[in-house]
Design a protein around this ligand. Structure first.
Ligand SMILES: [Fe+2]
Ligand SMILES: [Fe+2]
Length: 373
């Protein structure tokens, strides 16, 4: 072999290596960006984003994400672009898509019309199906069809799409697991609240109303969905420490003695003790701990004041006091709603955070536009 031929061989090898490196770099940076974007999204948002990304990356006219419905042995359309019917479901007898899912391997055809497939897309050109396989279970499949240039899918495309599919599957799986955990946590919390409400007839319904008021205030203050969810949990659990307060004190028909008062005043700290083992609830626990603090520090149980009191606790205390004042108690009749609101407003800047009182006033006025001041 002459020197020139050898050089041109080396040059070709180098060019090939550079191209491969460049492709790999692009793939890795796409995957990295995608993993950043997908984390924190809901399952629906993930499905939408992955379809969009696949269409842009491979220049296909049609793309769909299907989720496995194990119980009914079928795949259901979750998101799509192009020539795809939104109600499309793929049953077990489908040879292309279902095979990719059950074999956990990608399937590609140059001409869909030659593949003898079920009639789920009008696409006639190439088709690529990548299974969405998570760490624990199969999530579904990603279908890409009809490239803009009429080109087929090459091995590089398949490799890249399989990487995207696996990234998407793991993120969806995590989101589903997280949702299941959250549902489990919420069910456990509701059982705790039931146990509390059963312990005294005066607390029945209190938790539910306080939660409604607190969420009303949070929405009026513009809190995001995640923050509102934490506030809901905090409100549901705020008086859980009262489980340890003897029933005769909770149900006492007259004023409490000083000693009895002391027992009741311990309930935020008992709540902290009960829930302390929930590492996932640390912010909620702080809200519970400080829900009887005063904005000006005047009668704070634990010595906090102003913005040192967590926001959840500042919201909770307004919701809590409003409900306590506007409900019957063993030792006094309830006050009318308007009168209670006036009293809350008169304590703005003393017992309550003025911003929270303002939000509560706004929310309550929207709920009952005629009579609120
Ligand atoms: Fe309380
Ligand atoms: Fe309460």
């Amino acid at each position: 072999m002459g020197e020139n031929a050898a050089h041109s061989g080396i040059q070709k090898d180098l060019e090939l290596t550079v191209r491969e490196l460049s492709d790999t770099y692009e793939e890795l940076s796409l995957l990295y960006k995608l993993s950043e974007v997908l984390s924190g999204m809901s399952v629906d948002e993930i499905a939408e984003k992955v379809v969009e990304e696949a269409v842009d990356t491979l220049d296909v006219k049609t793309a769909a994400i299907l989720f496995l419905d194990e119980e009914n042995e079928r795949l259901v359309t979750k998101s799509f672009r192009g020539r795809w019917n939104k109600d499309t479901t793929i049953h077990k007898d489908d040879r292309i898509i279902w095979n990719a899912v059950s074999e956990r391997k990608p399937v590609a055809f140059c001409k869909l019309s030659d593949a003898g497939h079920a009639d789920y897309t009008h696409a006639e050109g190439s088709i690529l199906v990548c299974p969405l396989v998570g760490k624990i279970r199969v999530i579904g499949a990603m279908v890409l069809a009809d490239r803009e240039s009429n080109a087929e899918f090459y091995s590089n495309d398949i490799k890249l799409m399989m990487a995207i599919a696996s990234q998407a599957a793991i993120t969806v799986e995590n989101a589903l697991l997280y949702k299941e955990l959250e549902d489990f946590l919420l069910a456990a919390i509701k059982s705790l609240v039931k146990a509390l409400e059963a312990s005294s007839r005066w607390t029945a319904g209190h938790t539910e109303r306080v939660t409604e008021y607190a969420i009303g205030i949070g929405s009026a203050m513009g809190l995001g969905v995640k923050h509102l969810e934490r506030l809901r949990i905090c409100s549901l659990l705020h008086d859980i420490g009262k489980i340890a307060v003897p029933r005769e004190i909770l149900d006492k028909a007259g004023r409490l003695t000083e000693d009895e008062e002391k027992v009741v005043r311990r309930h935020p700290l008992i709540g902290v003790e009960i829930l302390g083992g929930f590492r996932q609830l640390q912010d909620v626990i702080l809200g519970i701990k400080y829900h009887h603090e005063w904005w000006d520090g005047g009668h704070s149980l634990l010595g906090l004041k102003g913005e040192d009191i967590p926001l959840m606790a500042r919201i909770l205390t307004v919701a809590d006091c409003f409900d306590a004042m506007s409900s019957d108690r063993p030792y006094r009749r309830r006050k009318a709603r308007d009168e209670t609101l006036k009293e809350i407003i008169s304590l703005s800047g003393k017992q309550f955070d003025p911003e929270v009182v303002e939000a509560f006033k706004q929310w309550l006025t929207q709920q009952h536009p005629v009579s609120a001041p």
